[in-house]
Write a protein that binds this ligand. Structure first.
Ligand SMILES: NC(=O)c1ccc[n+]([C@@H]2O[C@H](COP(=O)([O-])OP(=O)(O)OC[C@H]3O[C@@H](n4cnc5c(N)ncnc54)[C@H](O)[C@@H]3O)[C@@H](O)[C@H]2O)c1
Length: 349
């Protein structure tokens, strides 16, 4: 087993490509497995240009057990960061089986192959959507889970599976127990400061920041702001946004923590990765206009059913146990999004 090698599933995607940059720059060797269902290989060529280092790439589906087994045999990683998954909430409501098959079944195959290869360090991309809806606006990790859509439930199911796997180590008194970090992301935005990699959504973006950027650059006509009568400082919804580079650094901190007392004897632990404070939709728009000098055409629309007024992370556990906190602010997130959008108006082509 190569202690320095990390296998990254979904590494060609938005967050995965940024993780590859940080891993390579931190001195890790990287092997990526991605079926390119929602990404382009160009992202990894850019990763190699940014870092001046190379990585191995396998175009494979994580549900293909034989392919994964062969990749583990060739690469001998010590750790896996598991980003591969489908992530569009609306699509998950229309096609729940596709989501459960890809995300849940895919993860089952991955952990089976890992167990067979005796690779038992795993960082998993979970999501704040596991908390679902509640009147609580600042989530701690022990807050009750209650995802409200198939995407969120696929993440909850995977978390349950991974907790069960870790619990079984105690019963079986396993010699090399699982070390698993469930990282619950809030709203990742921004791009690498080089402007060479960033979020390249297929079709109309689901998330606010890429939407704003595409309106500013003229690819989309207008942004709808859903509700300006919430009990917040300016009436629009407040969310916790986190720069994607801060986010991926949290993954490296988790890998480092696997070697610390926190994970001694094996453990499966959840951590919120968020800023711990929120920005409103209007604050995002205003900052975007200030940083870029472009105006963002928007209109106020009625509230959307199910949206909360305010929702953000309590990231204290990640600070305490992983020594991680965000370093970048909203201006950085906007400037980096804009730099990426400007340099790549049509995304990766
Ligand atoms: N972006 C967000 O807002 C957000 C928030 C919370 C959690 N997450 C989670 O983080 C992870 C990465 O998100 P992202 O924004 O980078 O998404 P992304 O779509 O850009 O990246 C996911 C990658 O996984 C690949 N993939 C999907 N299914 C696969 C399969 N069966 N086999 C192999 N590769 C497969 C895709 O081709 C893509 O490259 C996802 O699991 C997502 O659910 C994302």
């Amino acid at each position: 087993m190569n202690k320095n090698k990390v296998l990254v599933t979904g590494g060609a995607g938005y967050i995965g490509s940024h993780a590859c940059v940080e891993l390579l720059q931190a001195g890790y060797q990287v092997a990526v497995v991605d079926n390119l269902a929602n990404s382009k290989l160009e992202s990894l060529s850019r990763v190699q240009q940014i870092t001046g280092k190379s990585l191995s790439f396998y175009q494979a589906d994580i549900r293909d057990k034989q392919a994964l087994t062969d990749i583990f045999a060739t690469e001998s990683p010590s750790t896996v960061i598991h980003f591969a998954g489908l992530k569009a909430v609306g699509e998950s409501c229309e096609q729940p089986l596709t989501y459960y098959r890809n995300n849940v079944y895919g993860t089952l195959i991955l952990v089976e192959v890992m167990a067979e290869a005796n690779v038992k360090q795993l960082v998993f991309s979970s999501s704040a959507t596991v908390y679902g809806q509640s009147s609580c606006n600042q989530y701690t990790e022990d807050f009750p889970l209650g995802a409200i859509n198939p995407y969120g439930r696929s993440k909850t199911m995977i978390e349950d599976i991974l907790r069960d796997l870790s619990a079984a180590d105690k019963i079986n008194q396993t010699e090399f127990p699982w070390k698993i970090a469930l990282l619950r992301y809030f709203n990742p935005i921004g791009a690498h400061e080089s402007g060479m990699i960033g979020e390249d959504p297929n079709g109309i973006p689901n998330n606010l920041m890429p939407y704003v950027a595409q309106v500013a650059i003229g690819r989309l006509a207008q942004l709808s702001v859903y509700g300006d009568d919430y009990p917040t400082r300016d009436g629009t919804g407040i969310r916790d946004y986190i720069h994607v580079v801060d986010l991926v650094k949290g993954h490296i901190k988790a890998i480092e923590a696997f070697n610390s007392q926190k994970f001694e004897g094996g453990a499966c632990k959840a951590y919120n990765l968020g800023a711990g404070k929120g920005y409103s939709v209007l604050e995002i728009i205003n900052t975007f206009e200030k940083v870029t000098g472009r105006s963002v055409n928007y209109k106020i629309s009625p509230r959307r059913a199910g949206d909360l007024a305010e929702c953000f992370a309590n990231p204290e556990l990640a600070l305490k146990e992983l020594d991680w906190k965000v370093e970048k602010n909203l201006e950085d997130m906007v400037a980096d999004t804009w730099n990426w959008q400007n340099k790549n108006p049509d995304g990766y082509i």
